[in-house]
Ligand binder design. Sequence first.
Ligand SMILES: [Zn+2]
Ligand SMILES: [Zn+2]
Length: 182
Amino acid sequence: MPLVPLLPLFHCFNREHFDGALVVGKKTLVPVRWSDGKLRKTAGVYRRGRGVAGDYGCEIVLSQPLLEHLPLSATKSTLCHEMIHAWIDLVLKKKEVHGANFRARMSAINSAQNKFQVTLRHSFPVPISVPKWWAMCPNCGLRFPYKRIVRKVACRKCCETYSSGMWDSKFLLAFEPAASNS
Ligand SMILES: [Zn+2]
Ligand SMILES: [Zn+2]
């Protein structure tokens, strides 16, 4: 399956499954793009924070190497999965990975149509590799990939912003296992 343009799909899903909340005016709340061949370990990612999209921006990136040989439904499923993450973060403004809001929206989307299914993990093969863990800051909601659990690690940005750069237990990162799709 050659790569399809993602923006029309994004607009379509936004209307059908997110009540239009991910577009304001004509502008999407989050840019969406194909990876330039780099994203090889995971089918897609939603990220916001340091070094993203011009620094402290956000974006959805889908893996060209993993998805280009799979049916279009894999691309749709991955895009929708990452749009749910963006919706929780940017619209609901909740600090959540695959929690109650995620699961509720996922089942609503899955029961509304039968062209593709959104899953917590992707059913198509993705090499098992990094990241094994996501560490989330309870204060700002930024997520960081980790290969293993690191004890007592705190969000650097929040420590810098709110604790004059001193380590503060208020900003301890919470670790969650990463599914093959993040
Ligand atoms: Zn933080
Ligand atoms: Zn996810």
